[in-house]
Design a protein. Structure first.
Length: 69
């Protein structure tokens, strides 16, 4: 499945499991996200500059930050 006519890789930087396991009643969404093309998961934290470099945020066209309550 494609997100539109212009393909751009999507990089997800997360320090949580995004698999289909349900731990502590959290919802894990990897199966829904993984159906799109060019999705990459990098283990790390958006609070760590080295992890941001690893995710190449300096090359990003957009950044979305998700947080729990």
């Amino acid at each position: 499945m494609s997100l539109g006519p212009t393909r751009r890789p999507i990089v997800i930087l997360s320090n949580e499991n995004l698999g289909d396991e349900n731990i502590k009643n959290d919802t894990y969404i990897w199966n829904e996200i993984n159906m799109f093309e060019e999705i990459y998961l990098i283990w790390g934290s958006a609070l760590n500059p080295d992890d941001l470099d690893k995710a190449r945020v300096n090359k990003a066209k957009a950044i979305i930050i998700l947080a729990k309550n």
